[in-house]
Design a protein around this ligand. Structure first.
Ligand code: C2E
Ligand code: MG
Ligand code: MG
Ligand code: MG
Length: 291
């Protein structure tokens, strides 16, 4: 065997990776100019309110589809969009698309549901982020109380004061702010007190270990009770098994999201889920003081 074979193979792998990255970057540049958003589209994952046992909202999740690459995960293309700053125009497109879906829900007869949108740090820290968002809210006539923004915990490691000021302004307008992937990163519950957020989303990491590990169970139950003391709503991410739902219900968790309820869906399928629920107009945030 050629002793260089290993290196050769490695180079080929790297080369393929570089070509893939270039293709994705190219697809990302096509999104901005295209009225139809290029290969960008959103899927919507239902969030279930444990008290009413009804879907009370959706998380909007971005996907990128191209002929060459098929469907690319946001775990791959969002970091690239962030690095190239293309996340700024792409993020605007995501918000616009999510607002359109909100209006579609309204036209279909469903009100009081929240659509949550993931926002990157560099997007939020642009000094015109709030202004542009408020303009779009007015233009598209959406209710701020129907909008959720999800900010990952790791964003608070830098620019804590500035981010919290921006969040305060958003929260004052009625928009719901959630800390995403809670428990894995930087923020501490002690500091949640001063954060302008309305909910915490417990990361899948803890949910995965709920059934098997007592320590993780204790952490989850502590997060829930502390969050409630601070007046926050708690959402569990990545719930896949009935047993996990039972633990979370017992701990007083407010909402769950995960494959147990549904995978992320296209608009039509998302609306179908609502149709199959008996009561329309399930307004689950108006009477929930914690949200
Ligand atoms: P996230 O915001 O924490 O979203 C939850 C992720 O968990 C989604 O992955 C969702 O499909 C997945 N998930 C939900 N339930 C389950 C489950 O029961 N089991 C498993 N295994 N997975 C589950 P997805 O769609 O691949 O998104 C990954 C991440 O990409 C998101 O994590 C978010 O941080 C980021 N992202 C997605 N869309 C956007 C966007 O429009 N803008 C920004 N800035 N980031 C986005
Ligand atoms: Mg999220
Ligand atoms: Mg998350
Ligand atoms: Mg995540």
């Amino acid at each position: 065997f050629d002793k260089d074979f290993g290196f050769c193979f490695f180079d080929k792998d790297m080369e393929a990776q570089i070509i893939r990255e270039e293709q994705i970057k190219h697809e990302l540049t096509l999104i901005e100019a295209d009225e139809n958003n290029g290969g960008l589209y959103l899927q919507y994952q239902p969030i279930l309110d444990l008290k009413s046992n009804k879907v009370c909202g959706f998380e909007a999740l971005a996907r990128l589809k191209s002929e060459k690459l098929g469907v690319v995960s946001p775990l791959e293309f969002i970091p690239m969009a962030e690095k190239t700053k293309l996340i700024i125009p792409i993020g605007q497109k995501v918000i616009r698309q999510a607002f359109r879906f909100l209006n579609k829900l309204k036209v279909s007869g469903y009100s009081g549901l929240t659509v949550s949108i993931n926002v990157s740090a560099i997007q939020l820290l642009r000094n015109d982020f709030n202004k542009k968002l408020f303009e779009m809210i007015t233009e598209m006539q959406v209710n701020p109380a129907d909008i959720g923004l999800e900010i990952t915990e790791s964003m608070f490691s830098d620019n804590y004061q500035e981010i919290n000021r921006i969040l305060g302004e958003l929260k004052d307008s009625g928009i719901h702010i959630a800390i995403d992937d809670f428990g894995t990163g930087y923020s501490s519950l002690a500091r949640e007190r001063e954060l302008h957020v309305s909910s915490l989303k417990i990361d899948k990491y803890f949910i995965d270990k709920l059934v098997s590990l007592k320590d993780e169970r204790d952490v989850t139950s502590d997060i829930i009770s502390m969050a409630h003391k601070l007046g926050h709503c708690v959402i569990a991410e990545g719930v896949e098994h009935e047993k996990q739902r039972q633990y979370l219900t017992n701990y007083g968790c407010d909402k769950i999201q995960g494959y147990l309820i549904s995978k992320p869906l296209n608009e039509e399928a998302a609306i179908d889920i609502l149709k199959n629920q008996t009561i329309k107009n399930n307004d689950c945030h108006s009477n929930d003081s914690r949200y």
